[in-house]
Design a protein around this ligand. Structure first.
Ligand code: MN
Length: 412
């Protein structure tokens, strides 16, 4: 490796995640993060680096990754091999001219990496579903009868998904603070995060086509961190009987870099055993998750910082492969750039719960910051950062972060 990379960098040579960047007033381009640099794939391509792989430069001068993703897994694999070869060859001719295709990340502006088509949000963490069911119903019947038989999900809205670094106004909405009084209108008083990882679909299917669990990963391009910002008071009042609506679609955020399935391959771990047994169409493949540490940091407007959650992508009861198999079992077709979020990922320990709703147990146990201030839910000026990384045997593959700040609500 002729490019020096900090061993603690999320963006090792084994990672090579994709994003969309621009420099100054330049056009948007496809880039790959490596250490603290961005590999400018358009510039590299213009140096005739990928023509033998059948990749045209134009795919790298693009507002989104979608056209590149649509070239298919064999192209992605070939490009990954080519990049690895270039950087691992100490006498590579590219080394002498690296300033032509490497940019410091600090000099770049990052953009929304994917033109997201359809967005689905699952509910695949058992501990999360159990916690919410315990709070809203009772611990004896925390999981609804369907939960262990199918990956519950709903269709969300892609127009309000933004890239990390985008801020948003506290949403207004209708709530009913007291059960025996009429509803009221105003800014949400229980603004929450949801710690999630989202799958980016990498291959179209046709309507009527079913994708099996065993082949599901062939349809995955990669993963991003996902913060599904939620207004719990709005949600509580509006969700019956059709489920989440305005409590969820005001703003969500994804991380800037898309980490590929290939990069995460060394971090596969067995998924939790499923009891009762699932129906045959939800079986097959290797029943694996990815061991990716997830953490959430709160920073207040006065600069107080607190790590509020440490969880892991491996805690999913329903794997990504099962989510895809279930999503397509009725013939529903997938498109390149569709996004499927995992649902809030909560682990077994209270410190691993992936939402304020669970961390403060419905606001009963507020979090106390170093300066003594407390949070039940988030206040204006609060910034929430989700980070994710897989690490073992000196190998590190990270996601960077997804960060957003809550701005005050509009006057109403
Ligand atoms: Mn969610």
């Amino acid at each position: 490796m002729w490019l020096p990379i900090d061993p603690q960098s999320d963006f090792s040579i084994q990672n090579l995640p994709y994003g969309i960047f621009s420099i100054g007033s330049g056009t948007k381009r496809v880039g790959v993060a490596l250490g603290d640099q961005i590999i400018d794939l358009y510039a590299l391509s213009e140096m005739d680096t990928f023509s033998d792989l059948g990749i045209d430069s134009s795919v790298f001068q693009s507002d989104f990754l979608n056209d590149y993703i649509a070239l298919g897994k064999s192209v992605h694999t070939a490009l990954r091999k080519r990049l690895t070869a270039i950087f691992e060859d100490e006498s590579s001719p590219f080394r002498e001219v690296s300033e032509r295709f490497l940019h410091p990340q600090t000099a770049a502006l990052m953009h929304m990496p994917i033109k997201i088509g359809d967005y689905t949000d699952f509910y695949s963490s058992e501990q999360h579903a159990f916690n919410v069911g315990t709070m809203f119903r009772d611990p004896q019947n925390a999981l609804l009868p369907n939960w262990k038989h199918l990956p519950v999900g709903y269709h969300g809205r892609s127009s309000s998904i933004f890239v990390s670094g985008t801020d948003f106004k506290r949403p207004l909405g209708q709530t009913r603070p007291k059960d025996d009084e009429p509803p009221v209108f105003g800014p949400t008083r229980s603004l929450d995060f949801e710690l999630e990882v989202a799958t980016i679909i990498g291959e179209n299917t046709s309507n009527g086509q079913r994708v099996s669990v065993a082949e599901a990963e062939d349809y995955v391009f990669g993963f991003v961190l996902f913060n599904d910002w939620s207004a719990r008071d709005v949600q509580k009042w509006e969700y019956v009987p059709l489920g989440p609506f305005l409590a969820k679609n005001f703003f969500s955020a994804i991380s800037t870099w898309v980490v590929t399935t290939e990069a995460l391959a060394p971090f596969r771990v067995p998924a939790p055993e499923q009891d009762p047994a699932v129906l045959p169409y939800l079986k097959g493949g290797k029943h694996q998750n990815f061991d990716v540490a997830l953490e959430v940091e709160l920073e207040t407007s006065s600069g107080q910082k607190m790590l509020i959650c440490q969880s892991n992508f491996k805690y999913l009861y329903w794997t990504v492969a099962q989510q895809i198999a279930h999503h397509t079992i009725n013939g529903c077709n997938l498109n390149v750039g569709d996004l499927m979020a995992s649902g809030t990922i909560s682990g077994p320990e209270p410190g691993s719960y992936g939402s304020m709703l669970e961390l403060t147990w419905g606001g009963k146990n507020p979090l106390t910051l170093p300066d003594g201030s407390q949070r039940r839910f988030f206040e204006d000026g609060d910034t929430v950062r989700i980070r994710g990384f897989a690490q073992k045997d000196g190998l590190r593959v990270g996601f960077g972060q997804v960060s957003s700040t809550v701005l005050p609500a509009d006057p109403f």
